[in-house]
Design a protein around this ligand. Structure first.
Ligand SMILES: [Zn+2]
Length: 229
């Protein structure tokens, strides 16, 4: 067995493990965010929970890509791997753009509804438990960022670098949710919904950036391959 395929396997195994850890963590966080977001009346936390649900789907995609590229490994390893990574990254990017737009739209619709109701029952402030969950999510996602980034650097996996940065922006998104909850607890009810809107924009932007980067990378790779031959 050549050293190239040895390295390819090591890279895959590490990427696989990181993706599995990410799935478990995201499943736990998503459950907490949606359950507490709903019980504690936090639109921002709910939006972030929907975001984590999209993250789970993205993780699933990463796992599928890794599995597909593992079965293709007997043939031309690196080419296949790059190709599957590109397809997976593009799919994740479309998913993020759709999720972000949906989150933005629904929080704006709710925000206008509340304004029209002249702050009757809709102005009930968010419960403190939502803040606890948001702070927990910030910590967990930042930890995930550091872990995935260390694996990504060790294995030089582009899909893992992308998902590491994704985890970092998830931490920032949870930070915004926490700020919205704090504002709502301080008596500014709309701040929670504005946080949800900002989170929606962030999700969509992340998807756009990932899609653009993937497109550019694969274009550069094709260009350099053509030039090299
Ligand atoms: Zn995310």
């Amino acid at each position: 067995m050549s050293s190239t395929s040895e390295h390819g396997r090591e890279k895959r195994d590490a990427a696989f493990k990181a993706a599995q850890i990410s799935v478990l963590l995201n499943a736990a966080l998503m459950t907490m965010q949606i359950a507490i977001g709903w019980l504690a009346y936090s639109e921002g936390l709910l939006a972030d929970g929907v975001h984590t649900l999209a993250d789970l789907a993205a993780d699933g995609m990463v796992l599928a890509v890794l599995r597909l590229s593992a079965t293709a490994a007997h043939r031309s390893i690196n080419d296949q791997y790059d190709r599957y990574e590109t397809i997976g990254s593009l799919l994740i990017s479309f998913l993020l753009i759709a999720t972000g737009m949906e989150t933005l739209w629904s929080s704006l619709v709710h925000a206008t509804n509340v304004t029209n109701m002249t702050n009757v029952a809709g102005a009930s402030s968010v419960h403190a438990s939502a803040l606890v969950v948001a702070v927990f999510v910030i910590t967990a996602k930042e930890g995930l960022f550091r872990y995935i980034m260390s694996v990504a650097q060790r294995t030089r996996s582009t899909i893992l670098v992308a998902s590491a940065w994704h985890a970092r922006s998830d931490a920032i998104s949870a930070l915004i949710a926490a700020a919205g909850i704090l504002g709502s607890m301080a008596g500014v009810a709309i701040s929670d919904r504005l946080a949800a809107a900002v989170i929606g924009v962030m999700i969509a932007r992340m998807g756009f950036n990932l899609g653009w980067k993937t497109f550019k990378d694969s274009f550069d790779r094709t260009a350099s391959e053509t030039a090299g031959q």
